[in-house]
Structure formats: structure tokens, C-alpha cells
Design a protein around this ligand. Structure first.
Ligand code: FEO
Length: 167
């Protein structure tokens, strides 16, 4: 059974959202580079790559179902932040917004009988639990650290140890 136009539109919109996420994390990485927080910059750049991968998962789903892929314009992401804490607080808010979108598409997929989309969307639901948890943990630690330079540098080192494919 072909996907309905409603679900194709929703999946194309989600491709755009994931690419916007990739762009937003890349902008955050650039800010951290500017502030000399190289570890944070590395973490955010890897996150940007991961978001691109999320977009490609949905791209491949539409391709495999023979649906039209529509790539929409990306807005310019914010390039300036109040602090490193502000960067990760915004990352957390962004992930919460993405989770809400994924939940809505999952519900829509059932309403539209797009059952073939369910396994991929379930992967995204699980991924969002992890992404929100990771961002929430980093925000909590940064709130604890506040402006303690030694602790901030330790945190930067910890985030810089992220490897590709790791949350
Ligand atoms: Fe692809 Fe972080 O949501």
C-alpha cells in the first residue's frame, strides 16, 4: 500500500527538521570553536553528523516506498549564544521539540495506515529518548558547574572524548 500524501508530506517535513537540527548543531559547534571549547565543539559537530544521518534514514524510507522526496529551504540557525550552558539548554529544547514532532508523525502514520513507516518511526522514538536524556544530563552538569573554570575545562575534555556513532 502506497503512503498517503499526508504522510509523505509529514516525512518530508521531518527530513527538513533533521537537516535543520544538523545545521543548528553545526552553528553551536562553530560558536564553541570560537570560545575555544574544543571538546564541546567536537561533541556538537558529531551531533550535527548524526542529525544528517537521521535525515537520510527518512530520505531512504521515502525512496524505498517510491515516494517523491522534497527538500525544502533551511533557515539560518542562531550563531550566537550567551554561554556554553545556553548552547546545551537550546540543544535540549530543540530535542524536546523534535520528540513532539516524531510522536505526532507516529500517530499520523497509524491514522493513515502507513504501517510500513512504523519500524523506522519506532527507531526514532527510541533515539529521541536517548537524545533528550543525553542533553538533559549535560545541562544538569553545566548547571552544577556554573562558572567554575576547572570543572568547565573537565567537562569540555569529557565531551571531547565522544566518538562517532556514540550519543
Ligand atoms: Fe534527530 Fe536529535 O533529533
Amino acid at each position: 500500500m502506497m503512503f498517503s500524501q499526508v504522510i509523505v508530506d509529514a516525512l518530508n517535513d521531518q527530513i527538513n527538521m533533521e537537516l535543520r537540527s544538523s545545521y543548528a548543531y553545526l552553528a553551536m559547534s562553530a560558536y564553541c570553536e570560537r570560545m575555544h571549547f574544543r571538546g564541546c565543539a567536537r561533541w556538537l559537530r558529531l551531533q550535527s553528523d548524526e542529525e544528517y544521518g537521521h535525515a537520510m534514514k527518512l530520505f531512504d524510507l521515502l525512496r524505498d516506498r517510491g515516494c517523491k522526496i522534497v527538500l525544502k529551504a533551511l533557515p539560518e540557525p542562531p550563531m550566537d549564544f550567551a554561554s556554553i550552558s545556553d548552547v546545551f539548554e537550546q540543544a535540549l529544547q530543540h530535542e524536546i521539540a523534535v520528540s513532539e514532532k516524531i510522536n505526532a508523525i507516529y500517530e499520523l502514520a497509524f491514522r493513515e495506515k502507513a504501517y510500513a513507516a512504523a519500524p523506522q518511526l519506532e527507531w526514532f522514538l527510541t533515539e529521541q529518548i536517548e537524545e533528550e536524556k543525553t542533553a538533559r544530563d549535560i545541562v544538569a552538569k553545566l548547571n552544577m558547574i556554573k562558572n567554575d573554570p576547572a570543572a568547565l575545562l573537565d567537562m569540555d575534555r569529557e565531551l571531547g572524548s565522544r566518538t562517532p556513532g556514540e550519543d
